[in-house]
Design a protein around this ligand. Structure first.
Ligand code: SF4
Ligand code: SF4
Length: 103
């Protein structure tokens, strides 16, 4: 089972996570990023790197976040999705959102 990016990632793009992935299996659109389940090697390096605790092993995803397992897989295969391998500037409002989430 791969790792999964969940709801807290929306409107973040701090992208601390992508910097630590040894297989560059993060993909992103304009609002958040996703992990390709067939490329993730389950190393776990990204989980503690996320400042808003958005990343979980698929088997530990909370019940109300389980939809993200399929969303990650689908989004990574969408036309126009971009492989993100280096950190970017966070999205506008990302710091405020992080505070609002309690981090
Ligand atoms: S660090 Fe966390 S919230 Fe930010 S892009 Fe990565 S998974 Fe999303
Ligand atoms: S668990 Fe490892 S391989 Fe999978 S996305 Fe995170 S850093 Fe990349």
């Amino acid at each position: 089972m791969a790792y999964v990016v969940t709801e807290n990632c929306k409107n973040c793009m701090f992208t601390d996570c992508v910097e630590v992935c040894p297989v560059d299996c993060f993909y992103g659109d304009e609002t958040m990023i996703y992990i390709h389940p067939d490329e993730c090697i389950d190393c776990g390096a990204c989980e503690p790197a996320c400042p808003v605790e958005a990343i979980f092993p698929a088997e530990d995803v909370a019940e109300d976040q389980e939809k993200w397992i399929d969303i990650n897989a689908e989004k990574c295969e969408e036309d126009g999705i971009e492989n993100i391998t280096e950190a970017r500037d966070p999205l506008e409002g990302a710091d405020e959102r992080k505070t609002a989430l309690g981090f």
